[in-house]
Write a protein that binds this ligand. Structure first.
Ligand code: ZN
Length: 406
């Protein structure tokens, strides 16, 4: 009985301490009195818990500021360089690894390009990329509070297991356990697009809205759904697989086994494949020159670059792609009624050439009421969304009460 009481007292203390820490993060510089008012905790409780936080170095005292009574109160704020975080974004074509401060500001980064022959050693490669970025930044290991990994494919985020990543041929790989065993730093793993949505929620377009969808269009297509500032995972952690909803019922076969999925119509490889098919059919295009001897060298990036230069075939392909994505976005809008749809990933870098047909189609096909209240915007974090999202997996553990681990 005593043990239970002490246990819940400790837990309560921990919850309140995290609550105060998050208030300082979001509202600092802030005085102890203001924190007491916001949390409804008594001033002595706040003083005690703040003392604990000052000892960790994460919270520091700043200048005195005028309070309404005329007496000057000491302001509290986060010291973003008290500790550091590692973020790893594991994509199909690269491992991107960064060191950030506690505000997710990138301080050092490493890119390792990936080829299919690297896939069997992917976990070792992730570990090597972390060691490399830590060495370059010359940071003490004690100052690293955690590693966040955004993984392509289905991920069990509670246990940090890559359940299924067809492109890497990974089945039930305990990514968290393997990294922690080697590096002895707490590690958190989630699906890459869900991590991006989390990053966008804390540091990007999601900061001012509680409900939005992040649509990632790159090598694959997936969505991260945020409800009331929390990322939605679904019962078996596969929520957001919009890339595998059908947009063309007799379309090409997708690697999920279905036909005409959004991913197989509008992701990067689909864009390149449509161009190759048309060239083989005899359509004249400046892409032939870009491809050189082998048409298989054509990439989605080449297609949108040539589209911008006015190449007719490339323009037509990008318009079609925008239209398919617009259908997917309209479905998201009708089902979820979000405040924003944020578009990220490599293909999103095509700009207006993709956005115009996308937005037009989405607005035309979505129902009027949800369409009126949604904004469709490109990701604010851009190509850094993956690593910032991965780093935020760690920051969430530090600052959020609901995620405190005992
Ligand atoms: Zn599919």
């Amino acid at each position: 009985m005593d043990k239970i009481v002490t246990g819940s007292f400790q837990l309560m203390k921990k919850i309140n301490r995290t609550l105060i820490l998050d208030i300082i993060r979001q509202h600092g510089p802030i005085s102890r009195a203001e924190i007491a008012k916001m949390t409804k905790l008594t001033p002595p409780t706040v003083t005690n818990l703040v003392r604990d936080l000052l000892k960790t170095g994460i919270v520091v005292e700043g200048d005195r500021m005028s309070s309404s009574g005329g007496r000057k109160a000491i302001e509290l704020k986060i010291n973003p360089r008290a500790y550091y975080v590692i973020g790893v974004d594991v994509g199909i074509s690269k491992v991107h690894t960064v060191v950030t401060d506690l505000e997710a500001k990138i301080l050092q980064e490493v890119y390792i390009p990936l080829k299919p022959e690297d896939y069997p050693g992917i976990i070792d490669l992730i570990i090597r990329s972390i060691e490399q970025v830590v060495n370059q930044f010359k940071v003490d290991k004690e100052k690293l509070i955690g590693i966040g990994v955004g993984m392509h494919g289905l991920v069990n985020s509670r246990e940090g297991i890559a359940v299924f990543a067809p492109n890497f041929n990974l089945h039930d790989v305990p990514v968290k356990a393997l990294i922690e065993e080697k590096l002895e730093i707490p590690t958190y793993v989630d699906n890459d697009v869900r991590a991006m949505a989390l990053g966008e929620s804390w540091f990007g377009h999601g900061q001012d809205v509680g409900n939005f969808v992040m649509l990632n269009v790159g090598y694959g297509i997936g969505a991260g759904i945020v409800f009331n500032h929390e990322v939605y995972h679904g019962v078996s952690e596969s929520a957001g697989e919009i890339g595998h909803t059908t947009v063309v019922d007799d379309g090409p076969r997708c690697n999920c086994g279905n036909y005409g999925c959004l991913e197989v119509m509008a992701a990067g490889p689909a864009i390149a494949q449509r161009a190759i098919k048309e060239i083989k059919r005899g359509v004249l295009t400046s892409l032939t020159h870009r491809a050189g001897e082998d048409l298989e060298h054509i990439t989605a990036k080449m297609v949108y670059e040539e589209a911008k230069r006015g190449d007719e075939l490339s323009l037509r392909i990008m318009e079609d792609t925008g239209r398919y994505l617009g259908i997917g976005v309209a479905n998201l809008i009708n089902i979820l009624n979000p405040e924003k749809v944020v578009i990220g990933g490599g293909v999103a870098q095509a700009g207006d050439i993709l956005f115009e047909p996308l937005v037009q189609t989405a607005m035309m096909r979505a129902m009027e009421v949800p369409a009126r209240s949604v904004q469709i915007v490109p990701s604010l974090l851009g190509e850094k969304a993956g690593v910032i999202g991965a780093a935020t997996l760690v920051l969430r553990q530090l600052f959020k009460v609901t995620k405190v681990e005992e």
